[in-house]
Design a protein around this ligand. Structure first.
Ligand code: UDP
Length: 318
């Protein structure tokens, strides 16, 4: 298929681009490089540097049969203090992309949504029919795009899938996480193991969990890529599907730090800090829907394996 990957110079977008190329698709990456890296775009893809707001001429030229949309701002803390960036890039940018698709006659899309659309869950594991009550602007902006996709499916026969990612981690095709502002647990713990950061602050040890630290559902980026390939052809015109994507098992912050120590063989000094605002005690996905609808099955569910892939890729880059 001829596909356009918006945000294909970022962590997840670049890994999915590599998986699409390996599967024989023809890929154009559109990315404004605001947070992505040109050298992360796999060599078999055509790269166009442009923002979502300026995507119309690119789509008119490429005429993709499908779009995979990863391009977004994704820092929860920043979204609380500079919400305009999130409404502009994530919401207005996505609207511009959908309009560019419509003008180019492309009606198939896979969108990167997030567990942050659910907010504080009443029940764990979280299913797709759980209430969506985001607790930050980032989650709200992604939820707004999910709503857009439902209406574009109804009004314009779009075939759309929103994939709600839980905590994406690991590395594949030599591509891993490389954020200028790093806020995520595994890359920060690996930086401490590598000696480029002194200690990791664990945000709270007094949660109602077995060891007192927060539990999250870490999904390997390769498993996530598999889900995108399955989702690409899944919906019929007029359909908007929503699928959660998680590993199915939760791991605590303490377990992640222990796994980083074990995998790297380095010490990881910990400082216990305050809770981070807006952090629910537990976020674990039910991915039953995508398993039963599309036969998706995560293959890399072992925490040490996820950490090892991230570590080895980061070490090679260093
Ligand atoms: N966390 C932590 N210290 C850090 C970064 C994260 O204790 O330096 C915790 C955070 O409070 C959460 C978990 O690790 O419970 C995962 O956080 P991350 O930012 O990686 O992903 P999120 O779940 O917020 O999307």
């Amino acid at each position: 298929m001829r596909v356009l990957v918006a945000g294909g110079a970022g962590y997840i977008g670049s890994v999915v681009t590599a998986a699409l190329l390996a599967d024989g698709h023809e890929v154009t990456v559109l990315d404004d490089l605001s947070t992505g890296h040109a050298d992360a775009v796999p060599s078999g893809a055509t790269f166009v540097q442009a923002s979502l707001h300026d995507s119309a001429p690119v789509l008119a030229d490429v005429r993709p049969e499908a779009v995979l949309h990863f391009a977004a701002k994704s820092l929860v803390g920043e979204s609380q203090v500079k919400p305009e960036i999130y409404w502009d890039t994530n919401v207005a940018g996505s609207l511009a992309l959908l309009e560019a698709m419509r003008a180019a006659g492309c009606r198939r899309i896979v969108f990167s949504s997030t567990a942050a659309t659910y907010g504080e869950p009443a029940q764990v594991p979280i299913r797709e029919d759980a209430p969506t009550r985001p607790t930050n602007t980032y989650g709200a902006s992604k939820l707004a795009v999910d709503a857009m996709l439902t209406s574009y499916a109804t009004a314009y026969d779009f075939a759309a899938v929103s994939l709600r990612y839980f905590n994406v981690a690991g590395a594949a095709h030599g591509l891993g996480e490389r954020h200028t502002t790093e806020t995520h647990l595994i890359p920060i713990a690996l930086q401490v193991a590598a000696g480029t950061r002194e200690a990791i602050t664990v945000y709270g040890e007094d949660y109602p969990t077995p060891d007192g630290t927060c539990i999250r559902d870490y999904i390997h980026v390769s498993d996530l890529a598999d889900a995108h390939l399955l989702a690409l052809t899944a919906p019929a015109p007029g359909e908007h599907r929503v699928y959660n994507l998680g590993n199915g098992t939760g791991f605590s912050v303490q377990e992640v730090v222990d796994a980083v120590r074990e995998v790297t063989g380095h010490s990881v000094p910990v400082v216990v800090g305050q809770r981070r605002a807006g952090d629910p005690a537990q976020l674990v996905a039910s991915s039953e829907r995508i398993r039963s609808d599309l036969g998706w099955e995560p293959r890399h569910t072992d925490l040490a394996g996820i950490v090892r892939d991230a570590w080895e890729t980061a070490q090679k880059r260093a």
